[in-house]
Design a protein around this ligand. Structure first.
Ligand code: SF4
Ligand code: SF4
Length: 317
């Protein structure tokens, strides 16, 4: 069976799991380690930064776990210019009082000596939201995917992030993708951007032009750091809205997803095909992943694997 067939089949499941390594995560060694760990734990679908380096890292991770085959899928993320998934942060030294709150809260451990490591920063904006002096400045990263068309041919899925209300830009970028790609497209749309009606109208309009599409209902982007019901509520409510609209393509949820998401979806009888999880799935194994010897120290890898397996099994079963 070929890979396209396998991916289509995977999307018919009701309990898929996509690991989000971070749309803007350029820490390539971390990507390799996350993919190695979670593929070994049973995850088959991986969402990474749109770059050749991230792609190579993901392939290395799959090879490490003997999962480089037609049953494991790689998705890259592109998006509209203002999409928060493509921001990073910097510190304005003139306003910084060295309180270290940003360092304490950063899930990526990207802040050291009051400097933000651009490669490690994923733009979650937690430092920005918690800085008492307004010293954290978000900035846009280069999100021009015209140069990535040769990467398109290598991957199984392109995720198109929509969190801008600029419909002209959305349609221009959508047309560029569908003119240069013939694999699966995941539309990851942010719940807070449009009214409910405009969201559904836009999705219908895009999907009719390219039917090999899945939707990722993004409740509150990059907010899944806490493992409670409230954190995952927006994602679940957004999935409910899309299901009630009768749009029939495969549906995943993201944005605040954690170990409670599946339970909440079940409680409200919301029928999705899978859950995409980033922040929380990375957080539970972070202390292992951060080790330089993660892939060479069998004991460390196995400890992390037990945690990743428990988590993955909870979603897949
Ligand atoms: S939270 Fe703000 S003021 Fe405190 S160390 Fe970070 S940048 Fe400086
Ligand atoms: S808290 Fe988020 S936005 Fe701030 S430096 Fe860390 S990863 Fe980047």
């Amino acid at each position: 069976m070929n890979k396209v067939h396998n991916l289509k089949k995977y999307l018919t499941l009701k309990n898929g799991f996509k690991l989000i390594c971070g749309a803007n995560n350029e820490n390539y060694f971390e990507i390799e380690k996350l993919v190695a760990l979670y593929s070994k734990a049973g995850c088959k679908f991986f969402d990474i930064n749109a770059s050749f380096d991230a792609y190579k890292a993901a392939i290395n991770g799959l090879k490490y776990s003997n999962c480089f085959d037609s049953e494991h899928f790689i998705c890259i993320s592109v998006g509209t210019d203002d999409d928060m998934h493509f921001k990073k942060c910097a510190i304005d030294f003139n306003n910084c009082t060295h309180c270290a709150k940003c360092k304490e809260i950063c899930p990526q451990k990207a802040i050291n000596d009051f400097k933000i490591d651009e490669k490690k920063c994923i733009g979650c904006l937690l430092c920005f939201e918690n800085c008492p002096t307004g010293a954290i400045k978000p900035y846009k990263t280069d999100n021009d995917f015209d140069e990535l068309f040769s990467l398109f041919s290598l991957v199984d899925c392109i995720e198109f992030h929509i969190s801008s209300s600029d419909v002209v830009e959305i349609k221009q970028k959508w047309n560029k993708i569908i003119s240069n790609y013939n694999g699966l497209i995941s539309i990851c749309i942010n719940r807070s951007v449009f009214s409910e009606k405009n969201t559904i109208d836009l999705l219908n309009e895009l999907i009719v032009q390219y039917p090999y599409t899945m939707i990722q209902a993004d409740g509150k982007p990059m907010s899944g750091n806490i493992n409670d019901y409230n954190t995952t509520l927006q994602a679940v409510a957004f999935a409910d809205l899309i299901r009630k609209s009768k749009i029939s393509c495969p549906l995943y949820v993201s944005g605040g997803t954690n170990s409670k998401t599946k339970e909440l979806l079940k409680l409200f009888s919301i029928d999705v095909n899978g859950i995409s999880i980033g922040s929380y799935a990375r957080k539970i194994v972070k202390k292992y992943i951060d080790r330089d010897d993660f892939l060479s120290n069998r004991k460390v890898f196995e400890e992390a694997l037990n945690i990743a397996k428990d988590f993955t099994n909870g979603i897949l079963n």
